[in-house]
Design a binder for this molecule. Sequence first.
Ligand code: NDP
Length: 446
Amino acid sequence: MAPPQGPRAPLEFGGPLGAAALMLLLPATMFHLLLAARSGPARLLGPPPYLPGLEMLWSPWALFLCLAWLGLQAALYLLPARKVAEGQELKDKRRLLYPINALVATLCIREVVGVTLQKPRFQPNGLGQGFQALVLTALLVGLGVLARLPLGALPEMLLPLAFSATLIAFVGSLLLYLKALVAPASALAPGGNSGNPVYDFFLGRELNPRICSFDFKYFCELRPGLIGWVLINLALLMQEAELRGSPSLAMWLVNGFQLLYVGDALWHEEAVLTTMDIIHDGFGFMLAFGDLAWVPFTYSLQAQFLLYHPQPLGLPGASVICLINAVGYYIFRGANSQKNTFRKNPSDPRVADLETIPTATGRQLLVSGWWGMVRHPNYLGDLIMALAWSLPCGVSHLLPYFYLLYFTALLVHREARDEQQCLQKYGLAWHEYCRRVPYRIMPYVY
Ligand code: NDP
């Protein structure tokens, strides 16, 4: 077993007890939401409508479907890559290489019109692309639907599918934990090597677990869960069309907004390389469960709610909601792209004019543009979009607002974690940044 090196990071999430509680609470909440969404009263608070027996949760067929889904996404990941990006510098000064978005169709068009393709500096065998995975999955699903694949049956299977995804996340995290026991100290995440097995299992010991060039965290972050989420949404839309003759406007909006979000994440998949999940957090139960179970089965809550509780929505209301989503998206995309461009190349003409603060590490902090407005403008945009996703569900129930409430708590906590890490990294320069940009997420409020 590799001994941990250097001072240990302070424990997060309430230490081992908090980690153990979250490992029970998160799956329990997911099952509560799944049951509540299809129940008449659709209550967010209070006990679940009933306690499902094992026969309702366990289904070998559901496990097979989850494994087949992971296999399909892994196969798409392994398609030959056209572009490879470098990750952030690691403790041992290495940079890992990641396959990034390069839609085959786009590249073919560029080739036809004579635009020179960006030649990857290094092209390992067997790597694929994110947006391409979404498009190819959509094509396969489209063909399946034409061949009478009963996609509308998926909503009836959400409970056993979520159970199987949780099992896979648990077993996968256990294997990752064991793998990390023989990993070199330089490969361990800053936070997940406390020595407490429960805490380390939850947070993840190894930063970037890989087998050859297959990066488990990078794969899970953007592909099976995110694409699975929009597939579940689509199945709910089709089921609604079967039940009521056509999908409701509210269902179209929820599907459209969330497809935009997922498509955007996969299109800009390179940006994930500078996020906290990739550069700081190990790959343990927290991310594995989050990516594989929590995201597809709880983020589709609004569409689940709408299937069982149709809501009237007129064009004026829909237009206002679209506007709110557009404003959120504009801030979210602008902020994330600005930071990503700056981190990749501070002299890029799109960011070269922005004001910066130097830090002792040699890296700079943006202090104008989006990052001069608040310290986490990308969170603000994300929260505005979260509101737009819940509004089509009306105001009669609190349940579809779960995502907004949970996401606010998550981002407030995440922001505090990030501040702590930035303070450790940048010291006085971070204090100066906080002085110049006093609000964290919402100008004049927080
Ligand atoms: P960020 O993308 O916000 O990255 C934080 C890092 O950015 C810091 O650690 C620091 O790293 C760098 N940074 C901070 N301030 C500045 C500055 N002024 N100038 C330059 N660099 C700065 O973190 P997240 O990973 O939390 O979020 C990424 C996106 O993912 C967000 O849009 C978020 O809303 C979204 N998200 C969505 C979730 C979901 O479930 N839907 C869950 C979590 C996040 P360094 O200096 O080392 O580069």
